[in-house]
Design a protein around this ligand. Structure first.
Ligand code: DAH
Length: 346
């Protein structure tokens, strides 16, 4: 019987080397371990053996069974590989990237930001950044915004607890720390750290204690522009904004500057936009940004001599622009991460 088992395994090994398809493998498996398979037959013979011989032969049978199982496992791998290679028309290279990984795309806010930045780059603006967690001084005082200004109210601005106050704040530890309410703080940081002339554009996230609805979010994005040079005028401001609007909304878009007030610009304006290709908002004046000439007081607070330097500044809401460009009517859609919404901008 031992002889028989050795022969059986040798024959099976020989036979396995000729198996190359799944059907052949199944037939081979049936011939050896199927109900009438050669190994099955030997196992049935076990019952006819004497009590003493049974454990010895049983052990041999188990060894033969293991050898056959190994043969089958090896065949399985070989056949699967050849099937995949056949389907791909080439040998399998498991280091290649998956062919069907879904391609991602930029978020509509990122797209809008990139478009705005590339427009302003054409006018010589470079990107500047500042922190989202800001000191009260950079966010308000240096921008000529007095302590009793409503924006500084706890109701409108998110202040951080005292334990967050940093040692590098101008008034060493006493300075209130807040989440910036606008990107205008980057104006201050840039004026303090760079030598004019310069033109910068600062995109970034801002925070306000707003109740969330279709047009408000406590967390939103702005893009700030600042141009400091000698003799910057309102004509420069108009030129920059007109170019920006035509690049963003098309050559037929027009702008209008409406007198307004901001503590950090003098004069200050709201810039309105009118365009014939904005769907149901076509041909209506729409308010889209605040702007003006940098208040000499701000230049002074930021260490620049107002007799030598002048500047223009503007700030706009990124969500507002993206909503107008794409006809989106609810700001919350930007933050839900619903791929049915996001995919439309891919
Ligand atoms: N920081 C202002 C806000 O958040 C917007 C703004 C107005 C920015 C006028 C400016 C500006 O740079 O000149 O409402």
């Amino acid at each position: 019987m031992q002889q028989q088992l050795v022969q059986l395994v040798a024959a099976a090994t020989q036979e396995a080397s000729g198996v190359s398809t799944r059907a052949e493998m199944e037939a081979f498996k049936a011939r050896v371990v199927g109900p009438n398979g050669s190994l099955t037959q030997v196992m049935k013979g076990l019952a006819t053996l004497s009590k003493e011989d049974r454990p010895v032969v049983g052990k041999l049978i188990n060894e033969a069974k293991k050898a056959v199982e190994e043969l089958l496992a090896t065949l399985q791998v070989k056949i699967e590989e050849s099937e995949i290679a056949g389907a791909l028309g080439a040998p399998l290279d498991s280091t290649l990237p998956s062919p069907d990984a879904p391609a991602g795309s930029l978020h509509p806010l990122s797209r809008t930001r990139e478009k705005i930045l590339s427009t302003l780059r054409k006018l010589g603006f470079t990107v500047a950044e500042g922190p989202e967690v800001e000191t009260e001084w950079h966010c308000f005082d240096a921008l000529n915004t007095p302590a009793d200004h409503p924006a500084r109210d706890m109701q409108d601005t998110l202040y951080l607890p005292k334990s967050f106050r940093s040692a590098d704040a101008p008034r060493k530890g006493e300075e209130a720390i807040l989440l910036r309410t606008h990107t205008s703080s980057v104006q201050v940081r840039t004026m303090l750290s760079r030598k004019p002339p310069f033109r910068i554009v600062a995109p970034g996230r801002c925070f306000r204690r707003d109740a969330v609805d279709a047009t408000h979010s406590a967390n939103f994005h702005q893009v700030e522009g600042l141009w400091i040079d000698r003799n910057v005028t309102l004509a420069d401001l108009r030129g920059v904004l007109d170019f920006f609007v035509k690049e963003t909304f098309g050559p037929e878009a027009e702008i209008r500057l409406r007198p307004s007030f901001f503590p950090f610009t003098e004069p200050s304006f709201e810039m309105d936009l009118r365009s014939p290709n904005l769907g149901r908002l076509s041909n209506r004046w729409l308010e889209i940004m605040g702007c003006g000439l940098v208040d000499p007081k701000v230049l002074e607070l930021c260490g620049l001599d107002p007799n030598e330097w002048s500047g223009l500044a503007f700030g706009l809401g990124l969500e507002r622009i993206a909503m107008l460009v794409h006809g989106i009517d609810d700001i919350r859609l930007f933050y839900n991460n619903d791929t049915r919404f996001l995919r439309q901008f891919a």
